[in-house]
Design a protein around this ligand. Structure first.
Ligand SMILES: [Zn+2]
Length: 327
């Protein structure tokens, strides 16, 4: 009995020491608190910041980033943040500005604060920047251009650079750590982009219909063409006449692929796919958009993988039916 008791005491002492060490190390390492609007930025911030940062994303990867519930807990998170990272180009205009103002945190408030990072300021090649004035009749058109630039993987680089530069300013003691992580991120990204390019190369010029103008940057990078959108205008739900015209156009252009982010309604694209024989792909559009997609690299692994395997299957079935015709 005595022996057992002393063993127990040893265990308790060991556990206490462990807990104390843990508490001390957590206390000593004041992590930089980063809040991002969407999970893509959170994933990149984690790559750069490692264990020196604590990152949360307000929107989930399976949510439409145009429409997010502004929960009161978000104000608390923003109040404690050292850095706020968001997309800009009005992507989050319906829900984020009110939260940032409500947080009353001078570190992230206003364009001049070091912890206020509007990522769109780092993006050079913006698509669909409207010429002339913008009004409501044009749908959800943003004066600064199409806001969905994160679906071009090349834009991962300026985002990582922007986050690293700010982390170095906020937490200069760990500058070297952030710089190393940044360099690692960039070399992995370069490697992955060339892999994805190789996978996509045989399908350049493919005409694609998308639900929303969400894939403009992706199609531009992949060398694909936007044959049309199921929404008649950005943010406006499909009408029967628009769908009828789109089907005609798809038949004329021989469009065989429809893609939609997994947070959009699937019924209309399914009907269009049935009528035209096109393949309809429901794709994750952000990190954490599906289970198993936890990094910016895994996001494009999934998107490129699903698109190329669908297109390979189509080519396979076309050559099969051609050889059957011959026979
Ligand atoms: Zn949009």
């Amino acid at each position: 009995m005595k022996k057992i008791k002393s063993m127990k005491q040893v265990t308790i002492t060991a556990t206490l020491t462990f807990v104390l060490t843990l508490l001390i190390s957590v206390g000593a390492m004041a992590q930089v608190q980063i809040v991002t609007s969407v999970p893509d930025f959170a994933a990149i911030a984690r790559e750069i910041g490692g264990d020196r940062v604590e990152v949360i994303s307000l929107a989930k990867g399976y949510q439409n980033p145009h429409f997010v519930d502004a929960k009161p807990i978000f104000v608390t998170k923003l109040n404690q943040a050292d850095m706020m990272v968001y997309n800009g180009l009005e992507l989050e205009i319906g829900w984020l500005p009110i939260l940032i103002t409500g947080a009353r945190n001078s570190d992230i408030l206003g364009g001049n604060a070091i912890g206020h990072y509007d990522v769109s300021t780092s993006i050079k090649n913006r698509l669909e920047v409207p010429i002339g004035p913008v009004d409501r009749s044009m749908g959800d058109i943003h004066p600064g251009g199409n806001p969905h630039y994160m679906l071009d993987p090349r834009n991962g680089a300026p985002v990582a650079r922007g986050i690293a530069a700010r982390l170095i300013q906020i937490d200069p003691e760990n500058a070297q750590f952030y710089e190393e992580n940044f360099n690692n991120f960039i070399s992995t990204l370069k490697l992955k982009i060339s892999e994805w390019n190789t996978e996509l190369a045989p399908f350049k010029g493919t005409e694609v219909v998308t639900y929303h103008k969400l894939w403009a940057y992706f199609l531009d990078w992949a060398g694909f063409k936007q044959a049309g959108t199921i929404e008649p205008k950005p943010g406006i739900p499909p009408t029967p006449s628009h769908v009828a015209n789109l089907i005609k156009r798809m038949e004329a252009l021989d469009v065989n692929l429809i893609v939609a982010a997994n947070y959009y309604p699937q019924k209309t694209p399914q009907i269009i796919a049935q009528k035209t024989g096109a393949t309809f792909l429901v794709l994750p559009a952000m990190v954490e958009g599906n289970e198993g997609i936890n990094s910016y690299f895994e996001l494009f692994d999934a998107i490129v993988g699903e698109i190329t395997s669908a297109l390979k299957q189509q080519t396979g079935s076309i050559s099969k039916s051609m050889s059957q015709d011959k026979g």
